[in-house]
Design a protein. Structure first.
Length: 247
């Protein structure tokens, strides 16, 4: 019992160190919005698919932080940064609450493409954090190139994994999250100009393309941030050496 108390104290301390009050308030704002939206879906008699999705994502927002209670020694989820909860809350807000519940997917042209592009960017940062969690003893040995490739590669994997998830979900729930019977967004059709026979694949391929482009942009941004951080650390070490020599 004492070990559990110490563990909870440590994780609470880490949470306060990583997450500010605004970010923490954002977690609860999204949770409340999702809970109210889930209840409203049930009262309004929406489809079972939407109700299930809303409640599942609401539960996810409460379950993810609980992984930090598990021992860090054998559970890599417990070693992930708490900032990933913010990313999860933001993606649930965009996709489940705004996209499906508020029907932004239907009302805003190419909203799905923008969401996949944005997720490709943020998943670069999440991907690197995941790589650190999987190899905690090696994280200080990663150079800038390895860090960038780790984030970029795992972001691309996330885009592929999501399309596989949608395919399996549609097969089980007889839903149509991949839009195989829906006419593609006009703005994307005008840009890419696909043949009509390609329409059934259009949603999947444009989602993958958006995720890949987002990963490329995120990779460049991530590399710039890492390079600036490395230069700052080198400058600080050089300054420390100069001070030591002076003393």
């Amino acid at each position: 019992m004492e070990k559990l108390k110490n563990k909870l104290r440590f994780e609470l301390k880490e949470l306060k160190r990583e997450i500010g009050p605004v970010e923490y308030a954002f977690w609860w704002l999204v949770r409340i919005l999702m809970f109210v939206g889930s209840v409203d879906c049930m009262d309004s008699g929406d489809t079972g698919h939407l109700i299930l999705q809303m409640w599942a994502n609401t539960a996810l927002l409460f379950v993810l932080p609980e992984f930090h209670i598990l021992p860090r020694k054998w559970c890599f989820f417990a070693r992930l940064s708490h900032h990933n909860q913010t990313v999860a809350a933001l993606m649930v807000l965009l996709t489940s609450y705004l996209g499906n519940y508020r029907d932004f997917y239907g009302d805003i042209e190419a909203f799905d493409f923008y969401v996949h592009f944005f997720s490709g960017i943020v998943c670069v940062f999440v991907g690197y954090d995941l790589a650190k969690a999987l190899a905690p003893s090696s994280k200080d040995k990663f150079d800038t190139n390895i860090k960038t490739i780790s984030g970029f590669g795992l972001s691309c994997f996330a885009a592929v994994f999501w399309e596989i998830y949608e395919f399996i979900f549609d097969a089980i729930m007889t839903s149509n999250t991949q839009g195989h019977t829906v006419t593609p967004e006009a703005i994307l059709v005008n840009i890419i100009n696909p043949h009509a026979d390609q329409f059934p694949l259009f949603d999947t391929m444009t989602d993958l393309l958006a995720g890949f482009l987002g990963a490329v942009v995120g990779g460049f941004v991530f590399r710039i941030i890492l390079s600036a951080s490395d230069k700052k650390k080198k400058a600080e070490k050089t300054e420390e050496k100069k001070v030591a020599v002076t003393l």
